[in-house]
Design a protein around this ligand. Structure first.
Ligand SMILES: C[S@@+](CC[C@H](N)C(=O)[O-])C[C@H]1O[C@@H](n2cnc3c(N)ncnc32)[C@H](O)[C@@H]1O
Length: 234
């Protein structure tokens, strides 16, 4: 049983309608700003969690109609929450495990989004996810990937917030976190022949006011966004 099947309800009660403080105040807008338009685009979200993000994307580009929306997660319970709380009538809700072949045909997707998923999977899972993403992306397709920043994870391990591969998030909920160096991320994306831009994402004053504990590590980036273009398909 996928781990999030057990904690899905708690996860939703914590992350709610905007993904929690960091996403609401900083990360959501950063990711949204990396998308120029969605009209006629086929969009896949991997590891959607409770599905709040696709609603934000549709709201930002209100009036533009994607050709396809696929909301996916390995956890059935997360998808059920997504359907219950952030239902999108024309979307397909799909069980997709990044360790396996994606149940999507080749050359199908324009934009793949994933937020805080690949910092929970091993190198094997990430490499498979990238290869599968390349297979299903159209020529010129894009991936926008956000993960917990390796420096942030290192710090949380040192401070004992991450123990035995789990991070204690709000309200005592424990979420899986795997350590991966910045060099390893670069190596994996480079080997996949993806033209990628890496961006460190820091907190801001508003976030530190809401989450004072993060002020102590304000010189450390919280997230890493990797924007990849797939221009090499023949
Ligand atoms: C930290 S949550 C992030 C959820 C959402 N993207 C967000 O930002 O709120 C990680 C999500 O990744 C999903 N996940 C974990 N392992 C996965 C896998 N092997 N394949 C697909 N999704 C996975 C979990 O079920 C969970 O919903």
């Amino acid at each position: 049983m996928p781990y999030y099947d057990r904690i899905a309800k708690q996860w939703h009660s914590i992350t709610g309608y905007s993904g929690g403080s960091f996403k609401r105040l900083i990360l959501n807008d950063k990711i949204l700003s990396k998308t120029a338009r969605i009209e006629d685009k086929a969009i896949l979200e991997i590891g959607s969690g409770n599905g709040y993000f696709m609603k934000l994307l549709l709201k930002k580009f209100s009036g533009q109609i994607p050709s396809k929306i696929i909301i996916s997660d390995v956890s059935k319970s997360q998808l059920e929450l997504a359907k219950k709380h952030f239902y999108i009538p024309d979307a397909e809700y799909l069980i997709l495990d990044v360790y396996k072949k994606f149940p999507i045909s080749d050359n199908n997707i324009d934009l793949i989004l994933s937020t805080m998923v690949y910092n929970e999977v091993t190198d094997k899972g990430l490499i498979n996810a990238i290869n599968e993403s390349k297979r299903i992306l159209k020529h010129g397709g894009r991936m926008i990937t956000a993960v917990l920043h390796p420096d942030f994870i290192d710090k949380q391990v040192k401070q004992g917030v991450i123990k035995s591969g789990k991070m204690i998030a709000n309200k005592g909920i424990r979420v899986p976190v795997l350590k991966r160096s910045m060099d390893k991320y670069r190596e994996i994306f480079e080997k996949a022949n993806l033209k990628s831009v890496f961006e460190d994402v820091y907190g801001n004053t508003e976030l530190y006011n809401e989450k004072p504990v993060l002020r102590k590590i304000k010189n450390i980036p919280i997230a890493l966004i990797i924007e990849s273009n797939y221009q090499f398909k023949i």
